[in-house]
Design a protein. Structure first.
Length: 441
């Protein structure tokens, strides 16, 4: 089963589960949250010092010159809308909607001045741009005061899945602000060296990137240079793209990395939804006895897993995405196909035991779940390492993924709490999904 087919299936089944009214209250709420997140675009936040090039990055991401340069707007969020509207939040908390823009997707300074005239503290721009069906973009205002910038960045971190810090050089004052950001957002963060064209023209791009990467350390998932003006100029008025100019500007690398993170973020919600559906399978089948006997407090623990699962998804991003790429272009050798089928049959059989542990959950259940999931992951890792055609590129990628999974599941065994138990199940599901995707390719 492809990841896309799985996502559609889980999304539909979550909506059906919510509509059925059979889930316990805590699980019902969680299912609503997950179904809602799968309905929504991945949220990206742009942060950085003044004049760091955030607006240009925003325009590049959405494929249109939405925000002109040299305008002083408060924090702006771009979302999809059938018609263009500016919903302005005023100082007293009231909202004023400006809807005289028609179907504009490109804003001139005069348009922005009409927004500024109502003195908003926050603006949501709803625009009919295709990109905004996949992402929403939060352009965080950059106050000159470092403490105010730190506060606004912390605020934005709670409202996004992906953060992009735009910089001209990532100086110590920026490093100090970023150091205070939550670890969970750092795992999904980009450090964008903007104005790369100007730095390259001075012959200092390699030096600058070396310094920025050293300063960034492991605080970001990606560190990328971007000649934003060149990237924007690569798009013609008729919608055509100069691919070589886009590539050389760094635009192709940025957009590709963003799309990969968007897919990974969505997959983490799919995995959590799949786990919830498995945990409540008997209830959804109409087994009222199971529903009545399931303690509410154990259901309530499920939301704890949100951050763990997102971190888990990113920790495996390289191996998992590589496996997906290989599956799409490489036909499995017969020996590898046989090994995959055996591994999937083993997971399916052992999952019956896991389901029984979950159904009879007591105080020791998290430890039992983690131990059993760990045994499954380790078995699959060892089995795939010893079976299949070693020359098969897809198998090589899957072996790497399973080794990474084995390392992660060993760490999970140290926690033995509800969150780690959900993570272990999520990890097992990810392996299962990758094997199914390879077989279906």
């Amino acid at each position: 089963m492809s990841n896309q087919s799985l996502a559609m299936r889980v999304h539909e089944e979550l909506k059906q589960a919510v509509a059925s009214g059979l889930l316990p209250d805590a699980a019902h709420k969680r299912a609503m949250q997950l179904a809602g997140r799968l309905d929504q675009p991945v949220r990206i936040a742009l942060m950085g010092m003044q004049n760091s090039g955030k607006s240009r990055i925003l325009n590049l991401l959405v494929g249109s010159k939405v925000i002109p340069e040299n305008v002083n707007l408060p924090t702006v969020q771009l979302t999809y809308g059938d018609t263009t509207q500016a919903i302005c939040t005023l100082e007293d908390g009231t909202k004023k909607t400006l809807d005289h823009f028609g179907d504009k997707t490109t804003f001139e300074t005069v348009d922005v001045l009409k927004i500024i005239a109502v003195k908003p503290t926050f603006v949501e721009l709803r625009i009919p741009l295709p990109a905004l069906k996949k992402i929403s973009v939060l352009d965080v205002a950059s106050p000159a005061d470092p403490e105010a910038l730190s506060a606004s960045s912390q605020w934005a971190a709670k409202r996004c899945e992906v953060a992009m810090w735009c910089t001209k050089g990532y100086v110590p004052s920026e490093q100090a602000i970023w150091a205070q950001m939550p670890d969970i957002i750092k795992d999904h963060a980009f450090l964008m060296l903007t104005h790369a064209d100007q730095i390259a023209a001075a012959g200092k791009l390699d030096i600058a990137m070396t310094a920025v990467r050293k300063a960034a350390g492991d605080e970001f998932n990606h560190v990328l240079p971007i000649a934003t003006l060149d990237a924007l100029a690569s798009r013609g008025a008729d919608g055509t793209v100069d691919k070589e100019k886009m590539r050389s500007s760094g635009g192709t690398a940025l957009i590709g990395a963003v799309l990969k993170v968007v897919d990974q973020g969505r997959q983490s919600f799919v995995d959590m939804g799949d786990i919830l559906l498995v945990q409540n399978a008997e209830i959804l089948a109409g087994n009222d006895k199971t529903a009545a006997s399931q303690p509410a407090e154990k259901e309530a623990a499920a939301p704890v897993a949100t951050n763990h699962s997102v971190e888990l998804s990113v920790a495996q991003s390289t191996a998992a995405s590589s496996a997906n790429a290989a599956a799409s272009v490489v036909t499995l050798h017969p020996d590898t196909r046989s090994a995959y089928e055996t591994a999937l049959a083993y997971i399916a059989e052992q999952s019956k035991i896991l389901a029984q542990i979950v159904a009879n959950a007591d105080d020791g259940a998290p430890g039992e779940i983690i131990a059993h999931a760990s045994d499954q992951v380790m078995w699959v890792c060892d089995y795939l390492n010893e079976n299949g055609d070693a020359s098969d590129k897809a198998l090589q990628q899957t072996r790497d993924m399973s080794f990474d999974a084995a390392d992660l599941v060993q760490l999970m065994q140290m926690e033995k709490n509800d969150g780690a138990a959900i993570d272990a199940l999520s990890l097992l599901l990810q392996i299962k999904h990758e094997l199914q995707a390879d077989l279906a390719a």
